[in-house]
Design a protein around this ligand. Structure first.
Ligand SMILES: Nc1nc2c(ncn2[C@@H]2O[C@H](COP(=O)(O)OP(=O)(O)O)[C@@H](O)[C@H]2O)c(=O)[nH]1
Ligand SMILES: [Mg+2]
Ligand SMILES: [Zn+2]
Length: 311
């Protein structure tokens, strides 16, 4: 007869709270579990509150939201456990620290605060540098004329980004969000403060999915602070983390990496590689990159900024 394998309970870290991690368990056979430990009062918890094995701490192995982990020492009655190992992560975003992100959504408002091409581009570059897919979400569409909404969406699509425009206040175009968020994605919502990231997440979350109960008072405190990171279930099996807004994103320090952070250049290089290997696509004689596109002056600006900071 098969028994419940206590050594093989895996899950994903879905929230970080001071020194505790909340782990959502992968599906496991509840029948085998009850045969192995005896019947529980209620059905077994799907989320456990975990600490890390000292061994992991000593090895300096960080455990982040988004990490896939092995857990042990499970107390099913108290919903507690210990994380004993971390699977290698595919991607890592440092700010906020989230592992295995598959999509970065950059939220920018059409008005209040008004759209700023420089700020937008810096966020886009920071996203591109992480190597994860990037999409754009325009917020507060209720504050501008329809013509202006369409114009902005077209403009950002011409930059090379999948873009939608929504309003969390009126709910306009909210139905487009599920397809936008995709299936099984682990997304992070970034962008300047005040653009409406948290408002959108609150609108998307069915109240029932908010984790309530079974956490001690100590953990509930801080749930609404900016240090708290949590992956919320949205759309079709996707998860979304809100981030505390910061207003200026970091564009990196490598001048040779900047060009590929612009889809406008990336597409050109893909079709007709520039014949100079380390070309910065400035005024090099014979550089094959077309420079007549909206953000080219910003490419030059950031390039100078990076080159000056290297000097
Ligand atoms: N008019 C309008 N205001 C919004 C919308 N979404 C958010 N806001 C307002 O914008 C402000 C900032 O929202 P918040 O969600 O905290 O932004 P965050 O800093 O990006 O998380 C709040 O006063 C919200 O009520 C929207 O779709 N339309
Ligand atoms: Mg917020
Ligand atoms: Zn070139």
């Amino acid at each position: 007869m098969a028994t419940f394998d206590k050594e093989a309970v895996f899950g994903m870290v879905v929230a970080l709270q001071a020194n505790y991690l909340e782990v959502e368990l992968d599906n496991f056979d509840e029948t085998l579990l009850s045969q192995s430990i005896g019947a529980l009062k209620d059905s077994p918890p799907k989320r456990l509150l975990c600490t890390r094995r000292n061994r992991l701490i000593h090895k300096g192995l960080e455990v982040n939201v988004g990490d896939r982990v092995l857990i042990e020492a499970i107390d099913w009655q108290l919903s507690r456990a210990v994380i004993s190992d971390v699977k290698p992560r595919n991607t890592f975003l440092p700010r906020p620290a989230v592992s295995n992100v598959t999509l970065i959504i950059i939220a920018l408002s059409l008005k209040n605060p008004s759209f700023d091409i420089d700020q937008a581009s810096r966020f886009l570059i920071a996203g591109e540098l992480s190597g994860v897919d990037v999409k754009l979400l325009l917020t507060k569409r209720d504050l501008v004329e329809l013509g202006e909404v369409d114009q902005q969406v077209e403009r950002l699509r011409a930059w090379g980004y999948e873009t939608i425009a929504i309003s969390s206040k009126t709910g306009v175009a909210i139905e487009e969000i599920n397809e936008f968020l995709g299936t099984g994605q682990l997304s992070v919502l970034c962008g300047p403060s005040g653009v409406g990231k948290t408002s959108l997440l609150n609108l998307l979350l069915p109240k029932a999915s908010l984790p309530v109960g079974d956490l001690s008072g100590k953990l509930q405190r801080g749930r609404h602070t900016t240090r708290h990171i949590e992956l919320y279930p949205v759309g079709n099996g996707s998860r979304l983390a809100d981030t505390p807004g910061f207003n200026r994103a970091h564009i990196g320090t490598n001048p040779n990496k900047l060009a590929i952070c612009f889809p406008e250049i990336r597409i050109q290089l893909h079709n007709f590689p520039c014949r100079f290997r380390d070309c910065l696509h400035r005024d090099e004689l014979g550089c094959g990159i077309d420079k007549s596109w909206e953000r080219y002056p910003f490419y030059r600006l950031y390039l100078e900024e990076i080159l000056n900071s290297c000097r």
